[in-house]
Each structure stands twice: as C-alpha cells, then as structure tokens.
Ligand binder design. Structure first.
Ligand code: HGY
Ligand code: MN
Ligand code: MN
Length: 420
C-alpha cells in the first residue's frame, strides 16, 4: 500500500526475505529454474501484484508477468524487471529485489495516473544454474530463445521443455512471451554485488554498460589408476592438468587490468583419495568490459589448458556455454536516471556492471537502464548478501523522479516504437 519511502523500504526488504523462505534446500536460499519453490514464489508475487491492481500471468518460459494499465488510452508501457532464480546458497536480494521494487512502484504510482502502463516481469532463469544456460527468461521475452535450447538437460536428464511441461506450462506458447510492441523502455533495479559503491560511501550506481562474458566447460580426460603403484612418469593425471590450468587462470587474470576469470566448479572422478583422477570437469567464467581483451583471454587460457593436458597425455574437450558481448545501456535513459538521483537528493556514480543482468539481453531490443543499490561488504552470491533500508529509500525516491522525467519524453514520441 502507498506509504512513506521509509515504510516502503522496510516493506520491500521484508518481502524479499519472505520470498527467500521458499527454497529447494531448507536452511539456505537455493531456487533454480522452475523448481517446486517457484510455485510458492509466484503465488506470493501474484498476490502482491493483484493487490496493486495488476493483471498477472505466467508466460511459457515461467516468467511471472504483472501488468498495470494506465487509464490513458493506448498508453505505451514501461517494463520493470529482474530475476526470480538464485545461485545455490544465495542471498535474499539478488534478482528478487528488482521485482519487488517494481511492484512497490506500481503501488506508489497508480494514484498519480502516469501516462504509461507498467509491466513488472519476474524472469524465471537468469543465473544459468540448472541447465548451464543463463538468461532463459529474458531471452524468451527478447524473442531470442533458440528452440534448440529447449533440448538441453539438467543433471537429472530432464530437458528444459520437460521442465516447462512439469511446471504446468506449454513451450508451444513461447512466441506469446515476446515483449509487447507498446513497450518503450526497460528499467532494472539490482544490488551492485561488488565493493565500489560501499568504498565510495554512496547508495546508488547508474549502470552505463555491462561487461561481456564467456562461460565454458573444460573436460580433462586421462587414465584413472592406482595411487600407490603407478609411478609418476607413467601417469595421465587429469587432476594435475586441471590444477595447473586453475592456477594459470588466476595468474593470467591478475596480470591483465580489468579482467576477471574464475574456475568456480571442479568435478573429479572417480573422486577418491587412492585413485589417480581419470576425468576432471571444470567451469571457466571470463569477463571484461572490452570484448577483444576477453576473447584474447579465452584463447590464451584454453591454450594453457591444452598444453597442461598434452604434457600429461590427457585429452581436453572444450564447450562454450555462453558468449555474451559487452552491452552499453541507453545513454538517454541513463542520463535521466542520473539526473533523477540528483533531483531526489542522492549522490550516485556512473559505472560498469561486472555481473550479468537481464538488462543486457533486453538492451538490444528496447532502451534499457539499470540502477544499482550498494552491497554492504561488497558481498553477493552469499547468504550474508544484504541491502540497506536507506539505500532502498534512495532507489525508490530516484525511481519516482525518473518516472516523472520520463513522462514528458512520451509527449514528443521520442521513445515510441523505439524497438520497432
Ligand atoms: O553471474 C552473474 O553475472 C549474475 O549474477 N548472473
Ligand atoms: Mn546472481
Ligand atoms: Mn542477479
């Protein structure tokens, strides 16, 4: 219900924490694409959206879509969204904060009769945990989900198509998930997930661009053998090859300004202490604001992996799971958002996002902008992830100023058919 920014901020945080109780793993926050706890999350958000005067439906990829229609006939549509899924053992705000902010803005704004409608989208899959394919929800909304992708399977052999059916949806309806043609702008609120805003003592970040990222899977295959009887010079040790690669990833990224590279996952088999590892599968996540620098890093690091494998008589298989170019956000909307923060009385700083977000998938289709909220301790993808009430207040006040600035833009049709 409408209230002061302070009340709303407290309510937003409480709502995020309530959503966080719906998890696949009791005692931690884990909510992957279309898993059972998503039904409870949808039910709760549906209730809040309907109470805010929105019509609500779930599209064929499992995005929850709430629409508040402006009383102005043929009004264009502002889209506000973020994701509902989480990484394993996550915090309570990554993604969901942006969806709850959208609902609160509708609660606050509908009394003011803005000349545009508002669609709030809770994207079903941004992290890419269950099927190693990120952004399924926003790709479907952008009309860029390759039908082939529906055949990808999770660790239990369930395909994306089956997961959609199991959730009670029908992949045949995916074309209806595409963004409405009356949508003129996309706005995403998200925690920064890094240390910059906190280090500068400010609440808000205005995102100008998102770094490009490459995500890969590397499979090192040697020969399992007895750990006690196999001399060192006769081994084909997949773990040693992978370990040399992992250390080289850290060294290479440390030596290249602005580059981050991470091996977050390593699975060894047979995975027992007295057997030389025959197979080791690792992840590789490489990110940089400049696509050429990132691609050069991919080439260099995969070459290092090949050398480490060959020297041990180990084979290497590479699989690219994501190749996402760096994405600039809309300069005009970004300038408006920066001005809105100032008008609301809050310092903010322009910045690049090191994390991926649904905005990077929508930005090529519709003018998009993002507002970051400070991450205490620079922490995210961790149970201690948090957000400060005063920063939520700042984001809400900025949002209200932004929407007021946005309204006059509509009068000169500058943004109509912007994604025609
Ligand atoms: O990993 C990321 O960039 C984001 O949290 N999905
Ligand atoms: Mn995340
Ligand atoms: Mn996120």
């Amino acid at each position: 219900m409408p209230g002061t920014n302070k009340d709303c901020a407290t309510c937003i945080i409480a709502r995020c924490r309530e959503i966080a109780t719906h998890t696949e793993v009791p005692g931690e926050i884990t909510r992957r694409f279309l898993t059972p706890p998503m039904h409870a999350v949808h039910a709760l958000l549906h209730q809040w959206m309907e109470a805010a005067g929105m019509t609500v439906h779930t599209d064929a990829i499992g995005n929850l879509r709430g629409l508040w229609l402006s009383p102005v006939a043929n009004a264009p549509r502002l889209v506000i969204g973020s994701h509902l899924d989480t990484v394993p053992n996550a915090g309570a705000f990554d993604g969901i904060l942006g969806v709850v902010m959208g609902i609160t803005i509708v609660e606050e704004l509908r009394e003011r009769q803005p000349p545009f409608s508002i669609e709030v989208i809770g994207f079903s899959e941004e992290e890419g945990v269950r099927f190693s394919k990120a952004f399924l929800g926003s790709l479907a909304v952008a009309g860029k989900l390759d039908p082939e992708t529906l055949q990808r399977t999770d660790q239990d052999g369930v395909s994306i198509a089956e997961a959609i059916y199991n959730y009670g949806l029908d992949p045949a309806n995916l074309p209806a998930a595409v963004l409405s043609r009356d949508a003129f702008a996309y706005l995403e609120f998200h925690i920064e997930q890094g240390p910059i805003l906190e280090s500068e003592g400010i609440s808000l970040g205005i995102v100008e661009a998102l770094v490009g990222q490459t995500r890969m899977q590397l499979l090192f295959e040697g020969h399992a053998n007895h750990a006690g009887t196999t001399p060192m010079h006769l081994r084909h040790d997949a773990m040693a090859a992978a370990a040399e690669f992992v250390v080289a990833v850290e060294a290479y990224a440390t030596a290249h300004e602005g580059l981050v590279a991470t091996v977050g996952k390593l699975e060894a088999s047979p995975g027992v202490g007295n057997v030389i590892a025959g197979r080791v599968k690792t992840s590789l996540d490489i990110r940089h604001a400049d696509d050429n620098t990132r691609r050069a890093a991919v080439d260099a690091l995969t070459q290092i992996a090949k050398t480490a494998a060959t020297r041990r008589g180990v084979t290497l298989t590479l699989r690219t799971e994501m190749e996402q170019s760096a994405v600039p956000l809309d300069p005009h909307l970004t300038t408006l958002l920066h001005r809105a923060a100032a008008q609301a009385g809050y310092p903010s700083r322009r910045m690049t996002s090191g994390a991926g977000h649904d905005a990077m998938i929508l930005a090529p289709t519709i003018p998009s902008t993002m507002l970051f909220l400070r991450s205490p301790g620079g922490l995210s993808h961790h149970p201690d992830e948090a957000v400060l009430p005063q920063d939520v207040e700042a984001a809400l006040a900025t949002a209200m100023e932004f929407l007021a600035l946005l309204s006059p833009e509509l009068s000169d049709d500058k943004t109509k058919d912007s994604h025609a």
